[in-house]
Design a protein around this ligand. Sequence first.
Ligand code: GLA
Length: 392
Amino acid sequence: MDLEKREISAETITPLFEVAFGHRPAVVAAAPGRVNLIGEHTDYNEGFVLPMALNNINVVAAAPSPTGKHRWIGGPGEEMIELETAETAQPGEPFWSNYVRGVITMLERRGIKVPAVDLFIDSNVPRGGGLSSSAAFEVSVCTALAALCGADVSPTDRALIGQATEHEFVNVPCGIMDQFISANGRRDHALMLDCRDLSYKLIPMSDPAVSVLVIDSAVKHSLADGGYAARRKNCEDACAILGVHSLREASLEQLEAKKVELGDLCYRRARHVIGENLRVAAFAEAVQKGDWNAAGVAMRGSHASLRDDFEVSCAEVDTLVSLADTIPAAASVYGARMTGGGFGGCIVALVKSADVQTVAEQMIEGYRNALGIETDYLITRPGEGARVLYQA
Ligand code: GLA
């Protein structure tokens, strides 16, 4: 994965659209990738998550197609694909077209008729690194198409459309976190989401003294590989034994009382989820007080639990997280943890801004020395959620 720093905007995509299709876009929309600060594998358990939007975005330029057929281009230099309007009702080739087919289908299920469209897509959200490039894709396409159709689709509805696209067109049984933050993120705020009822609270994170550092493990991450679905199943099994509708309803006391019936695996999976919900609350409170050390404690606890109880980390990611404690500049790191679905992907750390560049460089060097892997990082702050950048 290349943690891309290329700037993209309405200004960069418009000429690409014009050259490809011979007319101007009617709408340009954007939606960001995300990094989850804490609350991992809790969303599909009706729990709490606390992600923030990145400044890396997926941008979509769109206009009605004069040919009566859909014409879509998945990125600069890529070939145009053509589809009849009836073809978007089911998944098909190429694979990436499913994100667009799904969004069109979900809009139509809501009674919004989408005409044949010309679409040009560009993105600087790193792919396959657990930074939700697909959520950014779905939510930006949905934002563009809703604007094009003059339809009022709320940010939360756009998130649900993105999630339904994953479930039905991409075959990824994801929760709602990624699409939700992509649709609802705010600059300089993290977002604490209650996945039970989708109510949320924006948490200011504008302290210039603290930076968010994202480092890629360079280990490929794919949610379609089965580990994710297997964890969901473990959680459902634990619910059945605990006699609850979701792990959100279970307490640590209930868990201990059923320890034997649960068996080691389900016990540990459930312990992660129940404990993680408590850590999200502790983290949110710490950030609101500006107590970055306490926020770091919650992050460290989250990583240990994901590694040992939920078993979704991997050796490379664990190496990166432990480097945050052992590099010479370790005192400038408040906390670090894996972020996203796991099995590779990125880590996220909260770091003193004055030293963040040094920390990043020492981490990269330490990782190279430990595992011989060359990788990259992003230093960032919470970015803005989905928006229309231009409308004719
Ligand atoms: C992926 C999924 C999310 C969430 C995380 C784990 O990013 O898309 O819904 O389950 O994994 O927290």
